[in-house]
Design a protein around this ligand. Structure first.
Ligand code: ZN
Length: 102
């Protein structure tokens, strides 16, 4: 029974964390290459990134470029921007949402 409770608590925490991330998800992001409105957002694993509250990405059907959106502190965004540049060879493009903290 004790183990069942632990599993339940963990599932609840994970569900809460996911709900928090989904709440930060914008309705759309703007393609950094061609300014198309992208609504098919993918939620990225961000819990292991220092300072990142949420991360989303969308692939533009018009120009076939990925645009990333991060919800985080400025320093963390700069760090991840550098990391993505390293991974993609500089073709990754970063968008930042400036939602006020609630
Ligand atoms: Zn585009």
């Amino acid at each position: 029974m004790g183990q069942t409770n632990i599993k339940g608590n963990r599932a609840t925490r994970v569900a809460k964390a996911l709900a928090k991330i989904e709440a930060l998800k914008p309705d759309h992001i703007v393609c950094k290459n061609c300014q198309a409105h992208l609504t098919d957002l993918v939620t990225l694993e961000s819990h292991q990134m220092e300072g990142i509250e949420a991360a989303f990405a969308a692939r533009c059907k018009l120009c076939d470029q990925d645009t990333w959106v991060l919800k985080a502190g400025t320093n963390a965004v700069a760090d991840v921007s550098t990391a993505i540049d390293n991974v993609t060879g500089g073709v990754g493009k970063i968008g930042v949402t400036n939602k006020p903290k609630s």
